[in-house]
Design a protein around this ligand. Structure first.
Ligand SMILES: Cc1ncc(COP(=O)(O)O)c(C=O)c1O
Length: 435
């Protein structure tokens, strides 16, 4: 595989964009590559880089592309919307239609507000929770990522973990002291913190997917719901990844637990910039211009982006009976086969999976249930895995702390080709182990 065009573009990029990328997880540093591939286009399950290389893609834009790249229905909607204008700074009918559609899929939301990113959605959700409860502190879990607003960049996951740290510089002491942290799964610690009754909200990924995929459970989520109720704390489910992915109605539908506020992003915009937060009417009525919690955005509810989201969510709703089952079957087929390959070459792995998401941890532990386990998994093995796949036309996440995303567009042929390449990767890993 030749990457010379990507290399040349990177040489220019790195002089003008920090690290050559506009979001750190796009850099390939943690998988021992100096520069990433620069993508030229995508269609279905495939992306094509600036050297003309074709790859089966398991990043899928980090989640939004559940229907694959440039899905025809989404593309048609976007083309129609573009013809009507790019942005008005005034409301459009499609915002209301997408709002109704999303609230139908998420009955916990009486009302919803659109943003342009998941980061803005979680930032606004925390602000409204503080106003509603009249409390300053918030609680999050270690290794969960909720975007890059100041108060949520504490013990964070995703790109920070990949780069080997968890707390960003440039955040004031005051902000830091108001963000409390507990290990995921530790009910006792959450109880102790929330019983102080000083905490406005517990914000959590109901299924953590930013330290690799970590399994959740109905019992744990129920315990979080109960403790929040007992202590007057709002429960925020950050479903930016899990929303419309683990089920149409997200993790809250899958596990049957209702949060007070939900945040969404990624799929809700069909691959275009849309985020959202929503919840009970009495909470959402605190937002300006009804109440005095300010949230705004020049491009919030952008007409082209909401049309893309509308088409994607409509497709998911219309096909929910078969679509989620088929995605899950693809993941089960992949992960069962990967486990067999690992056995063949004596490579210790553990796979966590849910719906169309999975993470391979190179670890000999029986279970990967928390951040510590993930940190201790084998980074060198992950790097061999990633690079062998890349060199043979498959893009896996360039970090052991992320999930693989499978889309409707991935065919049986794609999956089988991927498994052939994984066989090559595990063979190499087995050989480095002296086997
Ligand atoms: C769970 C979760 N919340 C929030 C965000 C932030 O969303 P965005 O990158 O759109 O700002 C992400 C991004 O990956 C996420 O995974």
């Amino acid at each position: 595989m030749r990457y010379s065009n990507s290399e040349k573009i990177y040489e220019k990029a790195v002089k003008i964009i920090p690290g050559g990328v506009n979001s750190p997880v796009r850099a390939f540093k943690s998988v021992d590559k100096t520069y990433p591939i620069f993508v030229n286009r995508g269609k279905g399950s495939k992306i094509y880089d600036e050297d003309g290389n074709e790859y089966i893609d398991y990043i899928c834009s980090w989640g939004p592309l559940i229907l694959g790249h440039n899905n025809e229905r989404v593309l048609k909607g976007v083309r129609e919307a573009i013809e009507l204008g790019s942005s008005f700074g005034l409301p459009t009918k499609m915002e209301v239609e997408l709002a109704e559609l999303v609230c139908k899929c998420y009955p916990s939301m009486d009302m919803i507000r659109f943003t342009t990113s998941g980061t803005e959605a979680t930032m606004a959700a925390v602000r409204v929770a503080r106003a509603f409860t009249n409390r300053n502190k918030i609680l999050k879990f270690e290794g969960c990522y909720h975007g890059h607003s100041d108060s949520l960049l504490v013990s964070s996951g995703s790109g920070l973990l990949t780069d080997g740290y968890q707390d960003s510089n440039g955040i004031t002491e005051g902000v830091l002291k108001d963000t409390l942290v507990a290990p995921f799964g530790n009910i006792q610690k959450v109880k102790e913190i929330l019983e102080t009754k000083e905490v406005a909200c517990l914000i959590m990924e109901p299924v953590p997917a930013n330290m690799g995929l970590i399994n959740s459970s109905k019992e744990f989520l129920q315990a979080m719901r109960d403790i929040c109720d007992e202590t007057g704390t709002l429960l925020i489910f950050d479903e930016v990844i899990s929303g419309f992915r683990v089920a149409l109605g997200g993790a809250q539908e899958y596990y049957g637990i209702t949060p007070d506020i939900t945040t969404l992003g990624k799929i809700i915009g069909g691959g275009y910039p849309v985020g959202a937060f929503g919840g009970k009417k009495e909470i959402m009525d605190m937002i300006a211009p009804v109440g005095r919690v300010y949230h705004a955005g020049t491009l919030s509810g952008n007409p082209v982006a909401v049309r893309a989201g509308f088409e994607m969510v409509s497709h998911l709703l219309e096909n929910r009976e078969t679509l989620y089952k088929e995605l899950e079957e693809k993941v089960i087929y992949m992960t069962d086969s990967i486990e067999k390959i690992a056995k063949k070459y004596d490579v210790p792995i553990k796979i966590n999976k849910l719906g169309s998401l999975f993470t391979i941890f190179f670890s000999d532990l029986d279970e990967i249930t928390d951040l510590e386990h993930v940190i201790n998994s084998n980074t060198t093995h992950y790097s061999i895995y990633f690079n062998t796949l890349l060199d043979n036309g498959v893009v896996a996440p360039p970090s052991k702390y992320e999930a693989h995303f499978v889309s409707v567009a991935h065919t049986k042929e794609d999956l089988d080709r991927t498994l052939e390449v994984i066989d090559m990767a595990f063979k190499k890993i087995g050989e480095t182990n002296g086997k």
